[in-house]
Design a protein around this ligand. Structure first.
Ligand SMILES: NC(=O)c1ccc[n+]([C@@H]2O[C@H](COP(=O)([O-])OP(=O)(O)OC[C@H]3O[C@@H](n4cnc5c(N)ncnc54)[C@H](O)[C@@H]3O)[C@@H](O)[C@H]2O)c1
Length: 346
């Protein structure tokens, strides 16, 4: 279980993007530790994945759920009495950010972030913890440290850098009470991971016998970070002494996609099937985190490695009800229709 150190006994906190992969785990941890949680997401009860992600949390009376779009909804009323806001809502993903959906990235990752910051200032919130991304760094030949030059290689990375810097600019004002800690997460994995992410695809291929795309030659390396470590770092960021900080949250090692496929095979005992796809614009060769600041400021130490984390994610995938499982299949899968027929008779 994720533990919280140095935090006040109990208070009201707000989590945006609460129905998502990371947000829902954060909500679970906060509830377990006695916090009153205001959870916000634009996905509501119509979303199979959102309902599954928040299934455990729904049993708590201390959870209040708001369904709405942060780019439009009234935010101030939700923040009344809140000590900390965890802002995780975003349009994620590098590949989609180039084309027609670009406006959505700007609307949520930048404009809605500005709305959150203003509402936090008005409501007297003490701390905004913001989910940023390793994508802000772009290509890196050595471990990326927080003061390195940021040169994002995708519109998604640009939008995350803009959102992060916007919030930090507010926190640097002399007349503000709001402090901001931006956490640059390095590829997060574990139960509830988004369907399109590499580790989910590798495990789905092995467990359910579907072919999944492999972009490029599979030598691209990512620093994978297990969800419990991300939640632990995020919780710690709420209560450290800070005014305007950026901190990396990584897993402690970089691994290639080929190695991820091999690990999927070893933890499931089944083979994977991939079909080659061209390298995607914006996919950098390597991500790798310098974790010195995280250690110093947060006492952060990643505890779950790739193999153990993938074993846990595989168990979660196997235990999912069929309707949730099917919504986690990569949509690009070539054998999707066959899969539906043979597994679910649809
Ligand atoms: N998953 C990763 O590997 C990773 C890596 C780096 C950074 N991050 C960042 O972490 C955060 C969470 O990522 P995730 O993987 O859990 O994504 P996710 O898509 O699972 O969750 C994001 C949630 O935000 C909600 N949302 C999006 N736009 C919204 C809006 N306008 N109003 C209200 N709700 C909105 C979505 O409905 C979704 O439930 C994001 O800020 C993302 O950029 C994630």
């Amino acid at each position: 279980m994720v533990t919280i150190s140095g935090s006040p006994p109990s208070s009201r906190v707000v989590v945006t993007g609460a129905a998502g992969f990371i947000g829902s785990h954060l909500v679970d941890a906060l509830l377990v530790h006695g916090y009153e949680v205001v959870a916000v997401d634009r996905r509501g009860s119509e979303s199979i994945v959102a309902v599954a992600n928040l299934g455990g949390a729904m049993g708590y009376e201390r959870l209040r759920m708001h369904c709405g779009d942060l780019a439009e909804m009234d935010i101030s009323s939700m923040l009344t009495g809140a000590d900390v806001v965890f802002h995780l809502a975003a349009v994620p993903g590098v590949r989609d950010s180039w084309g027609a959906r670009f406006d959505e990235y700007v609307r949520t990752n930048i404009s809605a972030t500005q709305r959150i910051v203003l509402a936090c200032e008005q409501a007297g919130v003490r701390r905004l913890v913001l989910a940023s991304s390793s994508s802000v760094y772009g290509e890196a030949s050595s471990p990326s440290a927080e003061f390195d030059h940021a040169a994002p290689c995708s519109p998604y990375g640009v939008s995350k850098l803009a959102g992060e810097q916007l919030a930090l600019a507010h926190a640097r004002r002399r007349d503000t009470r709001l402090s901001v800690v931006a956490l640059r997460y390095f590829t997060v994995f574990g139960p509830r991971q988004r369907a399109g992410m590499g580790i989910n695809q590798a495990l789905v291929s092995a467990l359910f016998d579907v072919a999944v795309p492999l972009f490029g030659d599979g030598t691209q390396r990512r620093e994978f970070t297990y969800i419990d470590d991300v939640v632990a770092g995020t919780l710690a960021a709420a209560w450290i002494h800070a005014q305007a900080e950026v901190i990396n949250i990584g897993g402690g090692a970089s691994t290639s996609m080929r190695e991820v496929l091999d690990t999927a095979e070893s933890v499931t005992g089944r083979s994977t099937t991939v079909y080659p796809m061209p390298e995607q614009a914006g996919d950098v060769t390597t991500t790798c985190a310098d974790l010195q600041r995280a250690r110093q400021l947060l006492g952060y130490q990643p505890a779950v490695g790739l193999e153990e984390g993938m074993r846990r994610q595989a168990r979660w995938l196997q235990d999912l009800p069929p309707d949730v499982r099917i919504s986690l299949l990569p949509s690009e899968s070539r054998r999707f229709d066959d899969y539906r027929r043979c597994r679910f008779g649809k």
